[in-house]
Design a protein. Sequence first.
Lengths: 497, 458
Amino acid sequence: MAFDSLLPLWVLATSLVVAFIIFAIPEDRWKLRSFLNISAAVIKLFLVMVMTWGVFQGVFYQTHFEIAPGLVFSLKADPLSIVFAGLSSVLWLLTTIYAIGYLEGSPNRSRFFGFFSFCVASTLGIALAGNLFTFLLFYEMLTLSAYPLVVHRGTRAALKAGRVYLIYTLSGGALLMLGVVMLYLNFGQMPFNSGGHFQQVHEAEFPLLRLIFVLLIAGLAVKAALVPLHGWLPSAMVAPAPVSALLHAVAVVKAGVFGIVRVVYDIFGIEFSYMLGVLQPLGWLAAATIVYGSIRALYQTDLKRRLAFSTVSQVSYITLGVTLFGPLGTIGAVVHLVHQGIMKITLFFCAGNYAETLGIHRIDELNGVAKQMPWTSMAFTLGALGMIGLPPLAGFISKWYLGLGALESGMHWAVGVLVVSTLLNAAYFLPILHRIWFCKPEVVDHTRHLKRPECSWLLLAPPVITAVLILLLGVFASWPMSPFSWATFMANQEYGL
Amino acid sequence: MAFMMKAMLLNAVIVVALGWRLLAHGPLYWALLPSAGIPGISIRLDGLSFLFIILTAIIAVLSVFQAGHYFAGNQPIQKRLWWRVLMVLTGLNLVWLAGDLITLYVAMELVAFGVVGLIALGDQAESYRSALRYLNAVLLGTLSFLIGIILLYGIYGTVSLVSLEQQIQWTRLTGIAFALMTAGLVYRAALFPLHSWLPPAHGSSHAPLSALLSALVTKASFYILARLWLDWGQVVASPVLAQGLGVLGCFAILWGGWMACRQSELKMLVAYSSVNQVGYFFLLFPMIIGVSYEVSLLVTQGVMLQVISHALAKAALFMAAGNLVLALGSKEIQHLSGISRLMPLSLLSFGLAAVSIMGLPPSGGFLAKWYLLQSSLLSGQWWWIPTLILGGLLSATYIFRIFSQSFLEQGSEAVTQEVPKALEVAPLLLALMAVALGLFAHTPLALMIDMEVADGIR
């Protein structure tokens, strides 16, 4: 029993404790540091798997204690947290491996990996948070621990990006905190509860609840990069590739969206939010972001910047799915949370490989790169096609269910948004693929031998693994324990099916 | 140093004894010569005062440890240092415990003269100037306080805080006395716009001493003010005066934050941050006057939490900043580039303490902000909320100026000096305490109210 109730804490501790140990490890002991880092990631993955199995069997994991009267620190595992915790722990392992390869020989690695672990601990805390207060705690910890990663390179440009990042996220955090305080004050503690808390609220409270909803969503929307609060994300691209990968796929952006999912489903409850009339505006905002992000992505000449605007657009699919009132939309949203993460991390790993191996940053330099880096290019292609939503890849599953959800809820315009966005996705990804595979390189690099792997296996293995995952998650979506099954499980709970 | 450590040990024993006494028998009031009709010399021990006694013991032992290592090998300074530190500490503990106005007055003077001595230890012309400026401010403040005491004694014939609490009534003269005492204490607490003496005093003295000054000494005047208002405020304070103090507090938050953003020296930035943080304390007054009992408890807890976490965090900030300055051989912020590689531990302590200063979780500063937001909503005084939020963002702005500089890789490679490892212990411990206060606040919060309640019933 003690194990069950402490398991969420152990999951957190694996990366939190390692973070502090890594800070203390001297800079040049990279073997020790890598060993510690990877073993912690493996142990965490194992613990999360145990927890997943337990939740599947109906075990209830919860750790909580009272910080001050009426303020409870609570960690618990429900289907939604399993989805997010599973995603973060898998991708943490892969990104750690990638980062070890990527940063080999560069300065300040103790600091980097320390804050990297810290960042993941905060993400896991967000996933496992059992109430809004605990969520806020880890949400702000994430803001702070991601800053040193964004400015890691220490150039003036990086510091400027860091400043922009802080201005956006700290202001958002302040709004979120105000919203949480108002919620606690007027309606008591807010444990996350599928179905929400407001089934029997008097109509006189509606304006106050709307105000609180707006505050909470505004605070979360900054991290979720909803237009017009997305400005920090493209500028944060100056960070090293593993950081961008982590930021876009699991940590910061996802934390914002995950918060929106929690607030809508587990605080307000989907039915009540619908009644309150706040879902529609949020849906429009998400739709606008989807289209706007895609259009901006079209005009970027820098590969990572194009990917960044693509994130702005793709992450809002999740928000859009949340606002579609109906189980199918919910399934689409939750499963896209995982699928988008895996696809986007693949793309960023590949972009990092191009930059590291060939020094390619701009899209027009990618001509014929597949000859020199076939594996990376293959992974990139799978990721890009998945993003467009080609069957049978993972992205198709989520788009399909989002579309079904839109039809089910009668929000037909959302189908239009999905179609337009798919076309735009194709318009900004297919030219890249065309360049990679079919264009002739301007300068042929004769110095490379074909026998040697295209880059260090530390850099190659992670994108290849995630690319395979994109395929598997698409083909075997209906298997038990797949993200899709978990999303279905969660949606059934929410709608009481 | 060895002698000081023994003194600290003795202090710890006394603190434990007091705590035991408090738990076993509740609040204590004791006067030396009650029957002889001589006013003064009395002691009041309750939850709040005990909390400050513990805080003082913790910060004192760590700053003495820090100062011992900081001045190791500097016998001339050590010879002049310790008795001044002891004088300040005695005065502070007497302030927390004083049961009457005369004892309070004596305690305040004791603190003031000790502090003047500490600031003057800087041994530069600048330090002497700061010390004199401080002395002027303090004497003026204390004078005003003394006139208030005399007036009250003239009206009620007693200086005991307990009897005054029972007898005090609203009259014009009482109001004047109360306003005079408030004004004097406000000056000593360095509230905007009477703050200009504080940054040079704290910024120019040695780092371990700055820690002691900013962590505890500024709190003494505020503590007295808060106790007077909590005891008598409902009877004699006017809402206008209370709101005025709150408004000045807001100005202090904004002005202090703004000035901190503009400093070029590291320690001056930290010193201006105190002006900014002290502003939050003064939100206590508008929210205890004319509100329900629950709100007044909530805001008292919030502000006292802010006071305590600021004490811990600011002491850590000053010590860590002192280490950075020592390592760099320069006071300038712009020379900090690359320091994150050379002094990671001090920078970590600085960062952890800064989390509390910015009011981000998990930290005492965050919980305090949570309580303050709640109480401004509950009391209907929503107009404090924008300042609370803006103040947090401003403090993040000045804190991240330092981090931004320390992460910068290009620029001058600073000449560095080896800093003893022992100097990095105390700031880390203090910063960790400031953070931990945000997770384990049950006991301190209970001490702030339960004893007060018991006190009220008695």
